[in-house]
Design a protein around this ligand. Structure first.
Ligand SMILES: C[S@@+](CC[C@H](N)C(=O)[O-])C[C@H]1O[C@@H](n2cnc3c(N)ncnc32)[C@H](O)[C@@H]1O
Length: 256
């Protein structure tokens, strides 16, 4: 479907849906369809829809915030950005990859997402952005997936807008983290309450354990990720750090 050939109808301002319940209506000449904002398969199939709703209407700023904070931290130390080999985990249709390329610049940029529609959208809208784009579920790592990812010698992990809310589970994030070299750069965001409030995603405990052990936090900033459909600011934490203590890969299990 062409972006010019449909209209987006937004719910009334007074709607008070949680982020994973929000929806819009897509109206074409022949049909009317309600699509949830987290129905990525459908969103990515329509060129420009994700950008129009998430970035233009709801003012999502996370791609810029994460890329700029990461860039600031890298520039504080002696590190050649031309040696950056980044895994963009939960890469979606490539908005973050595009921003990374522009703001940070990297030698290797690899996308990974769990759905084929994300990769198809990248090939359609941002061809040549990624050196490779994998459709893979790494919540259970096996030798084959590990080998494929290890070959890239990643020294940076970037994950934007993809932790919690039924998206990337903690074990998959840990598995991605473990593909990164020691002293590698780690940049991600997470909804504020999943980090230090009422968390039912498992991230609060996981990140607390990582931060006290294998993740050295350099920047932790609360900021407005985007607006809700009712116009309220949705706050996230941006976290930038480096991986440490890599003698043993981080494990979800508690140490004895
Ligand atoms: C809100 S979108 C964010 C996309 C992109 N990072 C951005 O900021 O524009 C979340 C993405 O995470 C992906 N995702 C969800 N669960 C995943 C998993 N277990 N492994 C990899 N990607 C996953 C979804 O398919 C979707 O593309």
């Amino acid at each position: 479907m062409d972006c010019e050939k449909f209209k987006i109808r937004y719910p009334e301002k007074e709607c008070t849906l949680d982020q994973d319940e929000e929806w819009v209506t897509i109206v074409t000449r022949d049909s009317t369809e309600k699509i949830r904002l987290n129905d990525y398969e459908k969103f990515y199939e329509i060129p420009g829809l994700y950008e129009k709703v998430i970035y233009d209407k709801l003012k999502c700023d996370s791609h810029r915030v994460i890329c700029e904070l990461l860039n600031n931290e890298i520039e504080k130390v002696v590190f050649n950005k031309k040696k950056l080999r980044v895994l963009d985990f939960g890469a979606g249709n490539g908005v973050v990859g595009e921003c990374l390329d522009k703001v940070v610049g990297c030698k290797v940029l690899i996308g990974l997402d769990i759905i084929q529609q994300a990769r198809d959208a990248v090939e359609r809208d941002r061809p040549k952005l990624y050196d490779e784009y994998y459709v893979m579920d790494i919540s259970q790592m096996d030798e084959c997936k590990q080998k494929i990812l290890n070959e890239w010698n990643f020294n940076a992990l970037v994950t934007v807008g993809a932790l919690g809310y039924g998206d990337i589970p903690p074990q998959a994030f840990i598995n991605a983290f473990n593909t990164i070299e020691d002293r590698g750069w780690i940049a991600f965001n997470i909804k504020d309450r999943f980090l230090n409030g009422d968390d039912d995603t498992g991230y609060k405990d996981t990140l607390k354990a990582m931060m006290g052990d294998s993740l050295e936090v350099l920047q932790k900033k609360r900021y407005c990720h985007r607006l809700s459909l009712s116009g309220e600011s949705l706050y996230y934490y941006a976290i930038i750090g480096r991986k440490v203590n890599n003698t043993h890969p981080y494990s979800h299990k508690k140490k004895a």
